[in-house]
Design a protein. Sequence first.
Length: 629
Amino acid sequence: MLKRSITRACTLAVAIVMTMASPLSHAQDAKGKKNKSQSRAAAKGLTEEQKAVHLLDRATFGRRPGEVEGVLKMGWQKYLDEQVHPERISDDGAEQKLRNIESYNLSNAELAKYYPPPQVIQQALKSRGLEFPAPGANQADPTKKEINKALKNPDKLDKPGKNDPAEQMEAPAQPPYIEQMRRGRELAQALAEMGYKPPQKIIQDLQQARITRAVYSERQLQEVMTDFWFNHFNVFIQKGADRVLTTSYERDVIKPRVFGKFADLLKATAESPAMLFYLDNWMSASPNSRMAQYQNRAPLGRFGQAKVGELEMPNQAAQQPQRRARGINENYAREIMELHTLGVDGGYTQKDVQEVARCFTGWTLRNPRNNAEFIFAPMMHDNGEKTVLGHKIPAGGGKKDGEMVIDILAHHPSTAKFISTKLARKFVSDNPPQSLVDRMAQTFLKSDGDIREVILAMFNSPEFQAPENYRAKIKTPLEMTVSAVRAIGAETNGGPAFHRWIAQMGEGLFMAQPPTGYPDTADHWVNTGALLERMNFALALSGNRIPGARVDLSRLGIEERTVNSANASQVVDKYVTLLLRGQISAQTRATIDKSINDQLLAKTDTGAPAIDSARIVGLILGSPEFQRQ
């Protein structure tokens, strides 16, 4: 039975690939016959219902039951106006759920204090005369298992006693693992007393918060834009100090500025500890600066940064181990032009990269172990004159050099075009019309880079509402999984079990290593393996087989809980109408019908001629049509 289920899922996945590889025809009825009157209407433009569906598909993480009707009642323009002003929308429900995610609400200093890396834990234990297992120790080591168990659940730490295997055995008969367990509990007890928690929990909590906000927030467009801008200004959470710094980066730097001035967002990311660490600009120092005199400097803390206040202490620096020479680092200079502003064809040269790198020397960090503060260190800065994109930057400007670069880049015509193209690609089409990009770029320049104005120009454009762009984009794994939860009114805690599905589809949250982040185009997400995962997820979700997620199909108002040969077609019609607004291709419908009929025949052989309607829901959520938005 399991083998046959897997075979059916693979068949459906292949059907998905074939369907998604070709343009999806517009509006087809539940029986798969093309609705000619609907096609004629589409040629004239989208209906009001389609406009509401289209806006909800692109401006949210998926339509909830009854939401289309709500938007039709209030008008899609009014709905859009509310969404671009999230401060006007109460979000108490989502915020309450976020308050229960412990590390998400902590500062950088608190995260570093309570979730330290292994080397800090090791040092703390040594101060108590204890030895921590080496970072590369076997994970199967009972000592390490006991420590991890205690770190995750310190309140449930077992006390040695009659239930302790080590206490039940006489000393001469004790095998080595018993002593390891005893030692592990001793170490775990010490760690729990010190209040330490596993550093990996920071990442899990941030992923959980992203999923929770996407599912439950009423400020949906703000959440979609947060996802967009984080990928635009991507950092990799697994790189050193960014494990601690990424939470604040997304929460305090990106999210509050998604509808503001682009220059403000660019400056905030440039000064953020997460970006400075990720692209190594915190190490960038002019070879001609005072910093160059002290290459052997004292480390700032657990991540190896140097304390700026100690850089003028040559005697102390000389006592430190020999380190490699630090000079100008061009990583951030290159990415701020290529990925954050101008674009690869934006008209800059390698000389511009070098000059921008000089401008950002001295933009560094103070003590990322605690406050992780951005500071400007004059002794690391190149004080000479620079020229960036033809603009002279006078000598002696200090921190203003970098600020001038930000101003130049944020208001450059190439930036207006590049940002407009990316936004149009995200919300309109994988290949956005040039006419739309040009108008958005003009709005960008006229409004001083006002992101809200650019977004409104895009959503109100005829190109956005063009029939050829209706349901023409493929959902990312995050969009697909969250939209499935929202579509059937399910509940989820957004925990590791849910995130694991997103990661298996190729979009582990905050885990994109390159500065490009995750792409928005179909070619990255349409492949057999990833689409099979989508179908498996849909079946697991609808079947209540994902820990931390709960589905109650009775809330959807469809009475049939089981399906048999007499009512199968009728039940499929109801769910297609509910989840797909009745739009399904003949190929998909035939595949779903065959899967249901095959299973009904198999059930009949075992004396059970009916199946749960949850399977129908799963097949629809895994269908090609549901992958589109």
